[in-house]
Design a protein around this ligand. Structure first.
Ligand SMILES: Cc1cc2nc3c(=O)[nH]c(=O)nc-3n(C[C@H](O)[C@H](O)[C@H](O)COP(=O)(O)O)c2cc1C
Length: 163
């Protein structure tokens, strides 16, 4: 791809974007009686009224189409001890829920045990944007566990937040 500045350096783009520190989420839903989920960093609040969030699943994700088809999902915001879980939910085709504690959230989507906060959403729409989709979710319910601290993702690595 070429921009005004010439050929676009995707590696440099990733390196620069990696300097924007974020939390880490696992987006989950039920596909029939099967739990499904994937690790997602591209997540943000979008609107206060109505309450909406946005996330960006890649077009290569095999979990996102199943989550979209479910029509409702849960955004699990990971706490600092959940680095291994975030790596496990990033492996396509793996049995991601093996050994993972969870219970159904109010909308039935898996709420993973030990998360810092969660947001229950209804799938509203997805915009086709390059090699990803921009997904809009309407918030139905949410909760926090005030005892925890967030898992941080920064420059391709995981970290903790020290107030
Ligand atoms: C820390 C971290 C953040 C990630 N963020 C995203 C993201 O924002 N969007 C995305 O599509 N994939 C993201 N991934 C990769 C997906 O988790 C991975 O491609 C997906 O789980 C593949 O499995 P699937 O085929 O079951 O969807 C991230 C992975 C890690 C480890």
């Amino acid at each position: 791809m070429t921009t005004q500045a010439g050929p676009f350096d995707v590696g440099r783009f990733k390196e620069v974007m990696g300097h924007f520190a974020t939390g880490v989420t696992v987006v989950t839903a039920m596909d029939g009686d099967q739990p499904v989920g994937f690790t997602c960093q591209a997540f943000t609040s979008l609107s206060l009224d109505p309450p909406m969030v946005a996330l960006a699943p890649g077009k290569t994700s095999t979990s996102w189409p199943r989550i979209a088809a479910a029509g409702q999902f849960c955004v699990n915001i990971l706490s600092e001890g959940q680095e291994a879980l975030s790596r496990d939910f990033a492996v396509s085709g793996a049995d991601k829920f093996a050994g993972v504690g969870w219970h159904p959230a109010g909308n039935g989507a898996p709420l993973l045990h030990g998360v810092l906060a969660w947001i229950e959403c209804r799938f509203v729409r997805a915009h086709d944007e390059g090699d990803h989709e921009l997904v809009v979710g309407l918030v139905d319910d949410m909760g926090v566990d005030r005892r925890g601290r967030p898992l941080i993702f920064y420059r391709g690595g995981f970290g903790r937040f020290e107030p």
